[in-house]
Ligand binder design. Structure first.
Ligand SMILES: CC(C)(COP(=O)(O)OP(=O)(O)OC[C@H]1O[C@@H](n2cnc3c(N)ncnc32)[C@H](O)[C@@H]1OP(=O)(O)O)[C@@H](O)C(=O)NCCC(=O)NCCS
Length: 398
């Protein structure tokens, strides 16, 4: 443990992983009373990813994490602290970060989860920054990872159309160079929103039982309109606060990377801030809302697709259950070309299972039936790597 803080704290690596299987709006039309037209016009979402049975939040997190470490030019054992932002952990305990530590081959890090719902990635980034700035750690792996398709009621059209699975990661490191990295931060927590997005049972207030399950209380619930109102207001105010703390003006911002919940929310923030949509990063059409993974996936995709260059002023901003919100104003310092180093990481991760326990099939019943009814060959459970040709099966087994 060192005592002296570094000159700056910088993002040195980034990575993402999304499961291969695509769940389209047409698929959801078969499960609930909805339509592609409704989902696209109200949310901008066209498809989302769904994890395979052998995948868990920890395996998604480990692949994204290994990619971020490779991009940073580090070895797994260079990481001092692993933080996983998630609201869909593998287990109630141990923390998912513990499983990720073993899966990435790290032997020395401290590892714990950060629970701030969809703001989890930004909260974890803030935690990493504080640990490094205070001189306690030098290299922190921050991951946002979610496997939401296992916590959704696929008979509830209010929620099941919105969410998807995936993971995004960054490596945050101490630097001896002045400037760059995190310049301004704003985090908020507003308990008025405590029951606007929540998962009622499984905790101490309502332990799991046949009754809680028969009532469907183990699934995500949401008040869409209230959440929408909070989101549009808070994303803008939190982003502005972080920008102000950085000493920047709004027009200095090169790219805003918002939580990907709904394209209408992003458009309204763009309008509210007076920042054109060309400066807002959007990929919600392809992944839906991946909660704590969303900003991490979007950042990695933005850098790898050439939207970010050294010296750019970028802002991450997220909101989520709680209500929570978090914004970070970051001066980008890493060479985007390093993103290619992630190609050497195979999209597989193995998380050790307990010896004397066999879990039940994790796929929700309605999804299992839908997948079984699909025609065409079963796709290999592979990954989409940036720069690779489109998978040949894409869209085929409708
Ligand atoms: C959920 C959300 C897309 C709903 O959009 P909306 O424009 O507010 O729609 P409303 O809730 O007003 O519903 C309008 C109608 O569509 C219906 N509807 C709801 N979901 C539907 C679906 N999937 N398909 C078709 N119709 C649907 C409603 O029942 C309602 O019908 P009614 O007028 O007969 O009562 C929107 O409120 C939203 O994005 N909220 C924020 C959610 C969010 O970001 N959550 C994650 C936070 S991290």
């Amino acid at each position: 443990m060192g005592a002296r803080g570094p000159r700056s704290v910088r993002i040195t690596g980034w990575g993402r992983y999304v499961p291969e299987r695509i769940l389209t709006n047409a698929d959801l039309e078969k499960l609930v009373d909805t339509s592609d037209e409704w989902i696209v016009s109200r949310t901008g979402i066209r498809e989302r990813r769904m994890a395979a049975p052998h995948e868990t939040t920890a395996t998604l997190a480990a692949i994204a994490g290994k990619r971020a470490i490779a991009v940073a030019g580090l070895e797994p054992d260079d990481i001092d602290l692993i933080l996983v932002g998630t609201l869909t952990p593998d287990y109630w305990m141990p923390a998912t970060a513990v499983l990720v530590k073993e899966a990435i081959g790290n032997t020395r890090a401290v590892a714990f989860d950060v629970m701030a719902a969809c703001s989890g990635f930004v909260y974890a980034y803030a935690t990493a920054d504080a640990f490094i700035r205070s001189g306690v750690y030098r290299n922190v792996l921050v991951i946002g990872a979610e496997l939401l398709t296992r916590f959704l009621d696929f008979s509830d059209r209010n929620t099941c159309i919105l969410f998807g699975d995936g993971a995004g990661a960054i490596v945050v490191s101490a630097s001896d160079e002045e400037g760059g990295g995190l310049r301004g931060m704003e985090l908020t927590t507003d308990p008025d929103g405590a029951y606007m997005i929540w998962l009622p049972s499984g905790g101490s207030k309502s332990p799991p039982s046949h009754e809680t399950i028969s009532r469907g209380e183990h699934f995500v619930r949401m008040e869409g309109r209230e959440t929408y109102r909070f989101a549009t207001r808070t994303l803008a105010t939190s982003a502005l606060k972080a920008i102000e703390r950085a000493g920047w003006k709004l027009e200095d911002v090169d790219l805003l990377i918002p939580h990907q919940a709904n394209v209408r929310i992003i458009e309204s923030v763009s309008k509210g801030l007076g920042l054109p949509m060309s400066k807002m990063f959007v990929n919600v059409d392809r992944y839906g809302n991946t909660s704590a993974a969303s900003v991490g996936i979007a950042l990695a995709e933005a850098v790898d697709s050439g939207r970010v260059k050294i010296g750019d002023k970028i802002v991450f901003v997220a909101f989520g259950a709680g209500f929570t919100s978090g914004a970070a104003a970051v001066e980008w310092t890493a060479d985007p070309v390093n993103g290619h180093r992630a190609d050497s990481v195979v999209p597989e991760a193995s998380v050790r299972a307990p010896l004397d326990w066999d879990s039940v099939d994790p796929i929700p019943e309605r999804l299992r039936a839908l997948l079984a009814s699909r025609e065409g060959p079963q796709v290999p459970l592979d990954d989409v790597v940036p720069g690779e040709p489109e998978p040949v099966h894409r869209g085929a087994p409708a």
